[in-house]
Design a protein around this ligand. Sequence first.
Ligand code: DGY
Length: 418
Amino acid sequence: MTEMIEQARAILRRNDRGGYTVPTDRLYPFQWNWDSAFVAMGWATFDEARGFTEVERLLEGQWDDGLVPQIVFHALSDDYFPGPSVWGVQHVPPTSGITQPPVLASAVRRLLDRARDGAAAEDRVAAIYPRLVASHRWWRQARDPAGSGLVSTLHPWETGMDNSPAWDVALARVPTTTTAPVQRRDTSHVDASMRPRAEEYQRFIHLVDVFRDAGWQPDKMLAASPFRVADIATNSILLRAERDLLVLTRRFGGPGDAAEIASRADRMQDAIARLWNARTGLFQSLDQISGARIEVATSAGLLPLYAGAADAAHTQEMVATLQRWAGMVRYLVPSTAPDEACFDALRYWRGPIWAVVNWMIAEGLAESGEAGVANEVRNATRELIAAAGFSEYFDPRDGRGIGGANFSWTAAIYLLLH
Ligand code: DGY
């Protein structure tokens, strides 16, 4: 075993807080939804049982209506804002009141497919399966009640790509908070130039105020939210997860599950196909308040590849887009196109490379028959981590590691790439 693999495992062990893994010490001291899905896959490369435990501990936070929250606050910590008292959610264990990209069903399918102890894995998945079904139903009922085929996200934190320039126009309509003091902790752990700006945080917290006043009821939140986007990343990840859940129905499904999931997936596939942008050579998100398509070119627009939602012609155009970006930066895949005026190589989702996004893009490329580019992206990811360590994100110009250090999901992706 190489030393790097041992280091990646050691990070997961060090960030283990008793069956769940914090994204990194101090900056993110709880269990995060999509982090844990990637981390579960990482654990499973050397400890299958621990991979399932990660999923089960996340699902301790699942609400009765099916929502899998963005954060589960298993233990209190002063290192993070906003904590449980700002959210005001009544749940044991305490949780935030919004969600995150639904990678979970895809992670569970992978754990099962690759299990060396098949019988043990079957038992664990049998217990988890109904909860995954409930969570996908929640997306349809709470976030696409009209059945458009696209689910809405109501907070940039739900997209996981908090300060992406894709949200600039939509977020500018959100007032800054007047009720809750914003006591940021993140900028005492990481340089402020690498984090979202103060004004963005004021608006992030206003949205929390609105949803808390709506009693965390999905219909009221949808109606009251001044921010509502059909995020191309979330929709692609959900479509992929629906397809993975469909595979699980064969072994674990009840009557009607397969038809219900397949019909949702078909509708999503059609709706995503309509979000192609010929100018950027990428798919794009939709601002559901103004009705406008969001033109700014971000790496999220490549994720329909991961959903299997891109046809051959669009796949070719996305490969060309990636090659164009490769001519402008040293490493792929920058989170924002390097030729966008808003590109910022250091600031979180406005330019830096994220290993989890690279992994999903590479999976999608490989599954679309683009093994060469898929390997380019995988090699870049390995190289970045080998040179800079298990950073939260990386500068695409020189590969410097930035944000938090010893990051669980970066370690997990390194393990998945070996
Ligand atoms: C943050 O950065 O604090 C968000 O909670 C991420 O989900």
